[in-house]
Design a protein around this ligand. Structure first.
Ligand code: DO4
Ligand code: MG
Length: 299
């Protein structure tokens, strides 16, 4: 069972999508209200949804016909880094001016007990399905990072899984790792969606297949696939480091790292389109736009 939000008469409607693809409107304001009601009743979110939809009629519209919104207005999005071998190799390449066999601090963090976790996005910077993602005006090497997102509550309980894009600037991070916040955070540098798959309906979260496709002029420029089985760490390990001595909020999303990297000569351009598909969750589609740099204030 998946949970979505869609726009209807200028309002957001919460809905459940069954495994057969039927869409049922739900009465709750948002995903967190659904979880709260389930907790209050001593039920699971799936049980609450099943009770609500059992005697109701699905929408006539199909999922593809709806204007989907971000499935949760996550107050914060955090991200884990260098959790897959592929990411470690790509980071080493960009940090060493293109060496393919270099060993750096990225090897250290890949092997260390403490994972890399960084702040990625706020609700205002996070885009939903079909919304524009921006590339930076001061970078020449930018890529999407397709990642599984954990939707968690303030205690670190995993409520569901979503698709995330940790847009990244490889040349800025490669120049100096202390530039990481600028390589990761700018206007519209993150997207999540199209749905939240209820955690209780996922038998094994290490068996998601992630596929990323990048289109230029609607021609496929890149496609890559990987599985969450290749993750070096465990999801509860990442959550436990995020929540350690930290306050997080209900509906926080934790991205779990990228396992797909386009070829080193590739950079995103204005007009590209990114699709990230995760089995059992859906396909997150976002067009890419250049940012026009605003004139700097001078004193
Ligand atoms: O170390 C930089 C970030 C790496 C990252 O975002 C990832 O591995 O997904
Ligand atoms: Mg990443």
């Amino acid at each position: 069972m998946r949970i979505i939000r869609f726009a209807e008469n200028n309002q957001a409607t919460l809905a459940a999508v069954t495994d057969e693809g039927a869409v049922y409107s739900l009465p709750q304001q948002d995903f967190l209200e659904l979880v709260q009601q389930a907790d209050d009743k001593g039920l699971t979110p799936l049980q609450v949804v099943q009770e609500l939809i059992k005697d109701s009629t699905p929408l006539a519209a199909k999922l593809e016909e709806l204007t989907l919104l971000v499935p949760i207005e996550a107050p914060e999005v955090w991200a884990s880094g260098v959790t897959y071998q592929k990411s470690k190799e790509a980071r080493n390449y960009e940090a060493t001016g293109g060496k393919l066999d270099a060993t750096t601090f990225y090897d250290k963090v890949y092997d260390a007990e403490r994972p890399e976790i960084f702040f990625k996005s706020t609700a205002a910077r996070t885009q939903g399905p079909d919304q524009d993602l921006y590339i930076r005006s001061d970078s020449n090497w930018q890529i999407p990072e397709p990642e599984l997102g954990l939707v968690i509550d303030k205690n670190g309980r995993v409520l569901g899984y979503t698709v995330g894009n940790d847009m990244s600037s490889r040349d800025i991070e490669g120049e100096n790792p202390l530039y990481l916040p600028q390589a990761k955070v700018w206007k519209n540098s993150c997207s999540i969606g199209p749905a939240i798959r209820l955690a209780e309906t996922v038998e094994d979260p290490y068996q998601f297949t992630i596929t990323c496709r990048i289109f230029r002029n609607e021609e496929k420029e890149f496609e890559g696939s990987a599985t969450t089985g290749q993750l070096k760490r465990k999801f509860d390990e990442l959550v436990s480091y995020l929540t350690r001595d930290n306050e997080i909020f209900d509906g926080t999303v934790l991205l779990t790292g990228t396992c797909i990297v386009p070829p080193n000569e590739f950079t995103l351009g204005d007009g590209d389109r990114i699709e990230i598909e995760i089995s059992g969750i859906g396909t997150l589609n976002n067009p890419v736009k250049s940012q026009v740099r605003k004139a700097q204030a001078t004193s």
